[in-house]
Design a protein around this ligand. Structure first.
Ligand SMILES: NC(=O)c1ccc[n+]([C@@H]2O[C@H](COP(=O)([O-])OP(=O)(O)OC[C@H]3O[C@@H](n4cnc5c(N)ncnc54)[C@H](OP(=O)(O)O)[C@@H]3O)[C@@H](O)[C@H]2O)c1
Length: 291
């Protein structure tokens, strides 16, 4: 069997860990998992020495600076990981003739411009430092035809720290929690995204084609943070009331879009991907957490 060699960067994060969990289901894939300690992608020399003597067919870039609020005051570091490191990966992937699957975000969009699901062709206009750096990172890849950029939203997982785990922790400690109801999007189980990324590679290999470009991916459906919190509390049987509040009642350093639902028609059609509804995926992840 011809093995496909896949480098996963930022592999200790939520998405990287979900890919690791699925690796046994893809027998023809050989994975190399790295994170900042073993391969700092902001350092081109480290990338060069990693690639020398190895054949890598695909890079899945799960590495990112993901602290949305901290990025407002730490722009240089966010820029380094979300832009300069992506430039490094673009360079190295060109030099070594490998393909790259890079992850971006719904926060590249500005909901002041529209309130119906964003397509890949819609013009981004981020209002946050994090979103701006992620958008600039996308630009670094777009001069070549060896990239797939997947914009996703509201990621959670049984790994790492995320909003789901925060709700579960606080829901046990407190009788009441406030959650924003005027920011609407779609939660995405990182396990589903991981599976879709690996399916895209599988599809590309089997079809001997690589349909490069930008794609949108989240779970199906739409909800607010308030709806998400209510669902988590109900499904987990927690005795905690969720109170709806407006964004202005909970000011944070970074501006988030009020509406950031993604249109996923392109990824579903091009790669024959089926996407689960967000509450079904939430059940799946909660199950993982209780096993
Ligand atoms: N989380 C979300 O809600 C969300 C929403 C939309 C899109 N996304 C995008 O989805 C992707 C995956 O997100 P995630 O939630 O899985 O992120 P995550 O859990 O924060 O994982 C990112 C990983 O990258 C590592 N990393 C940071 N700097 C690095 C460097 N210079 N070299 C190598 N690794 C480095 C981090 O290490 P440290 O922890 O040590 O820094 C961490 O292990 C990212 O591109 C993110 O922008 C996330």
């Amino acid at each position: 069997m011809n093995m496909i060699n896949i480098l996963v960067t930022g592999a200790d994060g939520q998405l990287g860990s979900e890919i690791r969990k699925l690796s046994n289901s893809f027998q023809s894939f050989h994975f190399e998992y790295t994170d900042v300690k073993s391969l700092d992608i902001t350092n081109i020399d480290e990338l060069d020495s990693f690639f020398s003597g190895r054949t890598i067919n695909y890079i899945i870039n799960c590495a990112a600076y993901t602290n949305v609020d901290k990025a407002e005051e730490d722009y240089d570091n966010a820029f380094k990981v979300n832009v300069l490191a992506v430039k490094n990966l673009a360079e190295i992937s060109q030099r070594h003739n490998c393909r790259i699957i890079h992850i971006s975000t719904d926060y590249v969009f500005d909901s002041a411009l529209q309130n119906f699901p964003f397509k890949e062709t819609d013009i981004p206009n981020s209002k946050s430092a994090y979103g701006s750096t992620k958008l600039l990172g996308e630009v670094e890849l777009q001069n070549s035809n060896n990239h797939i950029i997947i914009r996703t939203s509201w990621l959670y997982s049984s790994f790492g720290n995320n909003i789901l785990k925060t709700i579960l922790r606080l829901g046990k400690e407190r009788k009441e929690l406030n959650f924003i109801f005027d920011q609407v999007g779609t939660p995405t189980y990182a396990g589903d995204l991981a599976n879709s990324i690996l399916q895209i590679i599988d599809f590309s290999e089997k079809s001997h084609s690589f349909q490069f470009g930008i794609y949108h991916y989240s779970n199906e459906g739409v909800c607010s943070w308030f709806d998400f919190a209510v669902a988590v509390v109900k499904k987990s049987g927690l005795d905690c009331k969720i109170k709806p509040i407006e964004t202005k009642e909970y000011p944070l350093p970074a501006k988030r879009p009020f509406y950031s639902v993604l249109n996923k028609a392109k990824i579903k059609t091009k790669f024959q991907i089926e996407i689960p509804y967000w509450t079904d995926s939430l059940d799946k992840c909660l199950n993982e957490l209780t096993i």
